[in-house]
Design a protein around this ligand. Structure first.
Ligand code: SAM
Length: 176
């Protein structure tokens, strides 16, 4: 079970990035995406619309009590930050711990992440020690910890892509 916690969403400014955090988490198999910061029902609704149409059972929710999500979590918790330990030095150990724990919480920020987070997760991990993007960091980390396993098969989908070399083909799927 993988949960992604998106901290500190700012309405307007972070709309697109927060939406893409959710879409990225879903593509790499997150079971649950928890948004915090400024409540934005538009973001939650747009994620749910995509899940309705493109399938999968990722749960999307909002919380004001993001500290509880971290504090109450039982499993392996990882905060992605440019200040953290290098992914290449930690990933083999994290893969083993994930296999043992089975539950993984991945935390990504928006602007400044409170110090509290750094001291309440199991690991602070960097994907390079330069500032870049929570979307990129999340994709790389989820891909690496799952050894490149992208989620395939989004149950209940109304539509799917037929991969081709040079065309754009989608198929509408029959309802059961
Ligand atoms: N100074 C912030 C920090 O603590 O990393 C950078 C803010 S950045 C715009 C938003 C989020 O992207 C961060 O909270 C972090 O989750 C992620 N991020 C940015 N660069 C990263 C990196 N090199 N490694 C891992 N995560 C990164």
């Amino acid at each position: 079970m993988i949960t992604v916690l998106r901290l500190g969403h700012r309405r307007g400014r972070d709309d697109r990035i927060s939406t893409h955090v959710g879409l990225t988490a879903r593509q790499w198999g997150a079971d649950r995406i928890v948004y915090s910061g400024e409540k934005d029902t538009g973001i939650l609704d747009s994620q749910r619309d995509i899940i309705d149409r493109w399938g999968g059972d990722t749960e999307v929710e909002y919380t004001e009590n993001w500290k509880n999500v971290i504090r109450d979590f039982e499993g392996l918790s990882v905060h992605l930050t440019m200040y953290g330990e290098k992914i290449n030095e930690r990933i083999e150990g994290l893969k083993k711990e994930f296999a043992e724990e089975e539950d993984l919480l991945i935390v990504v920020g928006a602007e400044k992440v409170p110090r509290w987070v750094y001291t309440h997760v199991d690991y602070n991990i960097s994907v390079g020690n330069q500032p870049h993007s929570e979307i990129a960091a999340l994709a790389v980390f989820m891909d690496r910890i799952q050894e490149g396993r992208l989620k395939e098969g989004f149950e209940g989908a109304e539509i799917e892509v037929e991969p081709t070399e040079d065309r754009k083909i989608t198929r509408e799927l029959d309802e059961e």
